[in-house]
Design a protein around this ligand. Sequence first.
Ligand SMILES: NC(=O)c1ccc[n+]([C@@H]2O[C@H](COP(=O)([O-])OP(=O)(O)OC[C@H]3O[C@@H](n4cnc5c(N)ncnc54)[C@H](O)[C@@H]3O)[C@@H](O)[C@H]2O)c1
Length: 317
Amino acid sequence: MGKRILVTGGAGFVGSCLCRELKEDSYHVTAVDDLSNGKRENIPEGVDFIRLDISSGEGLKRLDAHSFDSVIHCAAQSSNALSFKDPKQDMLTNQLGTLNVLNYCMGKKINRFIFTSSMSVYGQPEHLPTKETDTPYPDSFYAIHKLGSEHYIRIFARQYGIQYTIFRLFTTYGFGQNLENVDQGLLSIYLSHILNERTLVVKGSKDRTRDIIHVSDVVNAIKFSLDNPKSYNRVYNLGTGQSMKIEKIVEMLTTGLGYRRGEYPVRYESGTEGDPFDTLADIEEAKRDLGWKPRISAEEGIRLTLENYKALLNRHE
Ligand SMILES: NC(=O)c1ccc[n+]([C@@H]2O[C@H](COP(=O)([O-])OP(=O)(O)OC[C@H]3O[C@@H](n4cnc5c(N)ncnc54)[C@H](O)[C@@H]3O)[C@@H](O)[C@H]2O)c1
């Protein structure tokens, strides 16, 4: 039997893509999720699913009878904006939840742990492109709790010999994001407006820039690190090393869905607290250690994503 992997947040966007790929690579995959933002139908066939809440120690007891070789911890309250509305909930999931999962690993002597952290830990980045060694200035509760989790992981590694890899994901997009959640994701929020034929509300300047990465490149990097000792106890940015203006992203989404340039109604509003103006990842470390590089350009990734949504819409018509 292939190695046994636990994916927390496995019903979410990144987690479910990861489960699918790992399953195809013959790992035995178990997904856990409380379905607060994920969907049961995202769990690929052949992947075991257990519904539980990682913020409760009781929840994780449901895994007592199981055993895993590695844990990939993706479960999170994944919205910067929502972390301002409910900092306590963010802390319970994104900080206490991580501590609970680490305690579970320690109890079960699972010594491989991968964590999806966020570019948000940098706040307004010190430098562009931003290196992993740049000083983090977390500027939202979400970012504080992600960074706190990174430190918990580091201490567990020192005390209990857990081999960790931390990935700081930049804006990740692709088919399968929860379009009903208009507080999380960038492209998914825009797409949700356009596919519902509502005015596209953009929070923040059109001149902001974002390093956006297709989910399959994120999943590949995580897979490449799983059994790769070079990546043990390291932190990596996951972006493409290229950035694009928000205005351009909006244009690509609207024209890609058949509207003429400038035709779709867009309203720019004031930005979300804690949102950096520019993001750009330095990805040299990940490229060197993982033998990985992003394969999908923003143009290609957006085209693929829109194709998937168009096919879905056609099926429903
Ligand atoms: N998508 C991005 O752009 C991005 C960027 C940076 C970091 N990340 C991180 O990557 C990871 C995956 O993000 P995503 O885009 O797939 O988000 P997502 O919201 O789709 O996935 C997170 C999953 O965690 C689940 N969850 C939330 N609270 C839980 C709890 N208490 N117990 C169990 N499950 C719980 C949700 O139901 C959801 O399915 C998250 O850790 C997120 O913070 C994502």
